[in-house]
Design a protein. Sequence first.
Length: 306
Amino acid sequence: MHVSFLGLGNMGLPMARNLLKGGYSVRGFDIAPTQVKRFADAGGLTAGGASEAVHEAEVVFTMLPASQHVRDLYLGAGGLLATCRPDALLVDCSTIAPAVAREVAAASRAKGIGMLDAPVSGGTGGAETGTLTFMVGGGEKDLERARPLLERMGKNIFHAGASGAGQAVKMCNNMLLGIQMAGTCEALRLGIAHGLDPARLSEIMTKSSGRNWALETYNPCPGVMPNAPASRGYTGGFSTDLMLKDLSLAQEGAASSNTATPLGRIARELYLLHRESGNGGRDFSSIFEDAAASAEILARMGAARG
């Protein structure tokens, strides 16, 4: 099977490498030449552009930063829908607005081309080890066609519903993740202020009712978890910019459905302040160091009450 992978960033590159390890012939492309070289060094085939990469592909994966990038790549002049094989299956693993996923899927269906929205959870660690969770929106037959490839990259594959449903699940999941990470950082800072060892505090909380993914696998306090971004200067992983994007998507979704998400709104404000302090490119767990953002939110809340 000929496979293409467009978007070889922190997530896309290890995902594509796992397809190579599974014995698939994969042609990749990214606008960053260094990422293309890393993919080639892993045994992947390369292309001079997106159109060239997908010309012969039976299945095309994309992993892009935001909604506009997906819309432009698929629907733009000379985009994927105009250049891919008529029998190709398109699988977008980006995290984008559900409405954009539905828009692109509708355009694909109009051309008789199958499409899935399949955002992922599990971070760069899950991408490296092939243990990601896929949240899939689209037709069941298309999912079954993609399943063997998804299983090379992920451990859990869930069919969320029709087109856009995968993105809706991811929107909810990452809003909760942002809230959990902010709360975990506050709990750890409070414990440290009271003389507690953060590693011991984390160990106890993971066995108590406060346990969550951030504590167990992505601890934000430096030195507590050797393989977490916090212990390597908050490099790699999932950037603050991307978390802010996802929290903004959740707030857009809340507004469009008239759903109250006050904690999600506060988490977005925290991450917005954190980015404005120059932390956009750092891992989102670096908010552990940003007590000033929390203080600013508290000041705003106090002013609003006054």
